[in-house]
Design a protein around this ligand. Sequence first.
Ligand SMILES: C[S@@+](CC[C@H](N)C(=O)[O-])C[C@H]1O[C@@H](n2cnc3c(N)ncnc32)[C@H](O)[C@@H]1O
Ligand code: SF4
Length: 452
Amino acid sequence: MLLSKYNTPVPRYTSYPPANYFHTYTNDAYRNAVEKSNAAADNHLSFYLHIPFCRHLCHYCGCNSYLMARPEVAEAYVDALHREIDLLLPLLHTDRRIAQIHYGGGSPTVLPLHHIRALNEHLLSAFATIEQPEIAIECHPAYLTADNWKELTRCGFNRYSIGVQDFNHTVLQTVNRRPSCLPMEEIFAILRDTDARINLDFLYGLPHQTVESFAESIAQAIALQPDRLVTFGYAHVPWVNKRQLILEKAGLPSNEEKNRIFAHTADMLQQAGYVRVGMDHFVRPDDELNVALQTGRLHRNFQGYCTRRTTAQVYAFGVTGISQLETAYAQNSKEIPEYIDTLNAGKLCIKKGYDLDRNEQLTREVIESLMCNYRINWSELSHRLHLTVAELKAATAYDEKKLRAFADDGLITYTDDTIVVTTEGAPFVRNVAASLDRLMQQPSDKTFSKPI
Ligand SMILES: C[S@@+](CC[C@H](N)C(=O)[O-])C[C@H]1O[C@@H](n2cnc3c(N)ncnc32)[C@H](O)[C@@H]1O
Ligand code: SF4
């Protein structure tokens, strides 16, 4: 009954407003938003660097990734990143501090690692950091030798996300992915020597995966005792990435099998002492993400879950990078040659973006609290935002009748001061969020996916 009523297209709310509301945006508009960002309450700096290259392309990939081109293209790309940093830094107040640096891709570690070190030095020499900033990188382990891992530890990272996806070689071969070059135990020993935190990424819903086969991989992962384990559900979007059709031919597990794989994985991880945070993160109970969840202060940006401590306004560099500022989003060009040429000409390469008005900024806070923490505490949130509960509710599409309907169906419980999503309601948290979203109360030409 719930499924037929609520499995309707709604935004995923990885940002508010959703990225399909972004429109043409200029470098000047971005510069204005950056200048305003200096005065924002959330004053810390978060830098995201997108490295779009990969040595091989996995058939399942839904990320912005391209085959590693000639080495001179990668060199020109890194030069362009430095130029983009040089154009941005003078706009930022020098007393601001870095809370987070994140390298994503693609596979950032396909670059010669001295480039990564130089990029880190470029940013870290311009600002002080908060105590224990998060300096993180996504790593594809197939191409990294022991010397490479050691070199990475000298670049200043304190968190590594290692893309395992699955330890099963048949699964990896089918999706055109190479296994790790080194045994994981060896990688962990090198990284743990520096006190770094390690996340392992897994992907379920691929050909040849079964409850039993995936359980073997998860058991191997548990034995390694990673700090966090992330289990992504495979998103099949062949209209975005045609290579995914190869996986259809190889035979994708049914939705029911996929759900069984996730349920069994979640059981295993919970029995091993991990707690679930958000849709797909499993962390140790004392992990700051869990502490943030317990205190209603879990947060999310395009790089994933974070806490109020490490969250800051995000300034993105590189193709497709999206900056997330207090009053705006701004996204760079998706074209590598255009990005390089424009930066070589001394200009930023912003293409799309969105300016948020005050109501939208407040709605973003409300929807984010609901999506991350599965609850809203109106008085706590309004206190943090320095306004009254009535003013905060008025900024959204708050409608008590809609909340009552959700409550009657068992999706939420609510009072004047709280909304709490129930276990049964968790799959439909997006529907509850959409009821608070003024944009969703108007007819629109945007398309969204269904919650299930
Ligand atoms: C940019 S990739 C990680 C870095 C590195 N390129 C690697 O593959 O190890 C980020 C993560 O996105 C996830 N991912 C990629 N394609 C996906 C898809 N179609 N559906 C769900 N998750 C996906 C993978 O689990 C991957 O680890
Ligand atoms: S999953 Fe990682 S390595 Fe594979 S194509 Fe995507 S970004 Fe590249």
